[in-house]
Write a protein that binds this ligand. Sequence first.
Ligand code: ES4
Ligand code: ZN
Length: 317
Amino acid sequence: MRPKAELHLHIEGTLEPELVVELARRNRIELPAFDVSDVEAVRARNDFADLRSFLDVYYDNLAVLRTEEDFYDLAAAYLRRAAAQGVRHAEIFFDPQAHTTRGVALEAVFGGLSAALRDGEVPAALILCFLRDRGAEEAERTLRAALPFREQFIGVGLDSAEVGYPPSLFRRVFDIAAAEGLHRVAHAGEEGGPDYVWEALDVLGVERVDHGIRAMEDPQLVARLREERIPLTVCPLSNVRLGVVPSLRDHILPAMLDEGLVVTVNSDDPAYFGGYVEDNYEALRRELGLTGEQLDRIAADSFAAAFAYEPRHGEGA
Ligand code: ES4
Ligand code: ZN
């Protein structure tokens, strides 16, 4: 299996139905909306068809995450799976607002995630994401509340429902992040158009674009991404599952490679989208006929696109 870095992975999106049930039992949680004691009942709710309906399920399931130990177990389980998928480095998104707004302390979130990263077998770092549909003011409050934990994350990102929440709304909070020496990324061009990618670059100063597939609709933007070698963290199985592309065979990723873009392949929310990162690589080989050479280039670029990768002894990238 190819060694690779994973750069677009929401830790909350690794919450498997089995773990939902285990944590619900441990925390004695019952929910009105669905039976959290039944794995199949939890899994049956994964019938979403687009980003909004997916996010509704994703946020609902988070109700079972309450304690530091829960966050530890979530991240530890991901890192074990990542190791089995050939991941040698991971830069992991987390959504603090999805927890603090439910009354979970930031200390529990950072405490559990950081301890799991320290103990895990895959070197990994955290990127704090703002929920764009909760607005810029709350994002700024979230960043300020997280600054006492500054050493525990390497960057900030922007996720959740995209259309209607353009990157430019978040100029101030990204400026603060930059002044703190934090790396900057943003989801853009997943369901939003190329204009969102331009804004993420020009207004937020992002160093990587998450998804970015709709950048391909704008030749000038493609030229910019190529010339500045700005990496795109593409998530093929996610795009199919959320209806962003009709099928894997229609995915624009091969054309992105032909354009000379820096493309990485990632799993996004693997507990929901039908595969972890190697499964995404394998699907590209099987369904799109990507060659070994193309997949090697993607894997090499995943290390090159990482912010915090340090090759270990004997490991080249
Ligand atoms: C996400 Cl696929 C996707 N897009 C935007 N925000 C997200 N949060 C978790 N998964
Ligand atoms: Zn994502």
